[in-house]
Design a protein around this ligand. Structure first.
Ligand SMILES: NC(=O)c1ccc[n+]([C@@H]2O[C@H](COP(=O)([O-])OP(=O)(O)OC[C@H]3O[C@@H](n4cnc5c(N)ncnc54)[C@H](O)[C@@H]3O)[C@@H](O)[C@H]2O)c1
Length: 397
């Protein structure tokens, strides 16, 4: 099963009848109820196939915000745990969502893995490649499952782009992949962890692991080499927190060579007013463009479009593929909703196509190699780079 077996409108039609009507099968614990933890609480409730049983967070302000927010859409009682161990060990909890800052995923995982409960870990899986390697090894032996929060693959325009290119093969053999994101600066976070390379893993790891995942999946082959330019041009210059100056990058250009002759690029700019994501893939038969335009200003819905410039194609001049409003507005333009559907499917031993730890490692390997290239000015040969980090025994080339 692939996430692009259905097109976005078939997905939407299929889930509309489901929404919040069925019996929930799975009681969730949300660890870290900041911005994305609250999104998971909202989306799980909307989908209605899992139920948020309890939350745990180290910051009282995040707990009160989550409790207040939850009460606006759910009459259910929420258990607020005061320590992670009793939360994770509570027999009432069936599955655990780790939604803490990037640098803490590995540490939290160490504290909950003994439960062997199904786990969801937000992206990026880790800030260090050796921790990510240990997670891949752990996932192989884990009695239940670990799903990663790489939900961009469920955005409507990418579902449809993959359907055209990988299922219908509308472009023939693909040759080039160009991905870009233009967006406003990083948002405020609890203790501002995302303004620092040390805590976030660096911008290409933190934010852009999503795009490296998409490029890897679209290429369908292994990344061979990468060259990148990246820096801090506008955002958070002079910003400091607890005496430490922000060093987070706000723009990058990355070029990549994949096995099989596929060439790819990724452009990031984080000092734009609006959010604009674009994927352009070219093949022997033509070009596909998948784009999303949205605003961080409230009240403005996103619009997702796909254009397939192949002779005679019905979407030659473009077609809108935005999910219905109830799904699109629930978080990350509907992608989180379908990520939750995949999680509960996996929980119920049904076919699913969510991100595995190995796919997460491939994404942060590409991102880390790009960051290394930007730091050193060298082209990075990814297989050698992976070997230097001891990764080749968990990655199959
Ligand atoms: N998949 C996506 O599209 C997406 C989007 C946003 C964020 N994220 C990821 O989600 C994670 C959280 O991001 P956020 O935006 O919610 O950040 P945030 O700062 O808004 O929230 C993080 C929360 O975790 C809590 N926390 C920190 N350490 C903890 C610990 N050891 N135990 C329990 N709670 C702890 C903080 O108090 C805070 O409430 C990050 O890894 C981020 O990269 C993913």
């Amino acid at each position: 099963m692939n996430f692009y077996d259905e097109i976005s409108s078939q997905r939407s039609a299929r889930v509309v009848d489901f929404t919040a009507t069925g019996e929930s099968v799975c009681n969730l614990l949300i660890v870290g109820c900041g911005m994305i933890g609250r999104e998971h609480m909202r989306v799980a409730t909307l989908l209605g196939r899992a139920r948020v049983h309890g939350i745990y967070d180290t910051e009282p302000v995040s707990i009160s915000e989550a409790v207040r927010d939850f009460a606006t859409y759910s009459p259910q009682k929420l258990v607020v745990y005061t320590d992670l161990k009793s939360a994770a060990d509570d027999p009432a909890i069936d599955a655990i969502f780790i939604c803490t800052p990037n640098f803490s995923h590995f540490e939290v995982l160490q504290k909950v893995k003994h439960t062997t409960k199904p786990l969801f870990i937000e992206k990026p899986m880790a800030t260090r490649l050796d921790d990510a390697k240990a997670m891949v090894q752990m996932a192989e032996e884990y009695p239940t499952f670990i799903q990663l929060g790489m939900q961009y693959r469920f955005k409507s325009q990418y579902v449809d782009a993959f359907h055209e290119i990988r299922k219908k093969k509308s472009l023939g053999a693909i040759k080039t992949i160009a991905m870009s994101e233009y967006r406003p600066p990083f948002l405020t976070k609890v203790r501002q962890w995302n303004k620092f390379n040390e805590f976030s893993g660096g911008t290409l790891v933190e934010k852009c692991c999503h795009y490296f995942d998409l490029i890897n999946l679209m290429a369908g082959s292994r990344i061979e080499s990468v060259y990148a330019l990246s820096g801090q041009a506008v955002n958070f210059i002079g910003f400091s927190y607890e005496g430490k100056e922000s060093d987070i990058h706000d723009h990058a250009f990355v070029v990549m060579q994949f096995a099989g002759g596929i060439r790819a690029s990724f452009t990031l700019n984080m000092f734009s007013q609006e959010l604009y994501e674009e994927l352009i893939v070219t093949g022997e038969q033509g070009r596909l463009l998948a784009a999303e335009h949205s605003s961080f200003s409230s009240g403005i819905r996103s619009r997702a479009n796909v254009m397939v410039e192949v002779e005679g194609h019905s979407a030659y001049e473009g077609t809108e593929v935005t999910y219905p409003a109830s799904i699109e507005t629930s978080g990350h333009h509907g992608a989180t909703f379908f990520e939750h559907e995949a999680f509960v499917d996996q929980f119920e031993n049904k076919p699913h196509d969510s991100a595995s730890c190995e796919q997460g490692l491939w994404a942060i390997l590409a991102a880390t190699a790009a960051q290394e290239s930007a730091a050193t000015g060298r082209v990075i040969l990814v297989k050698d780079f992976a070997a230097e980090h001891g990764l080749n025994d968990v990655l199959s080339w």
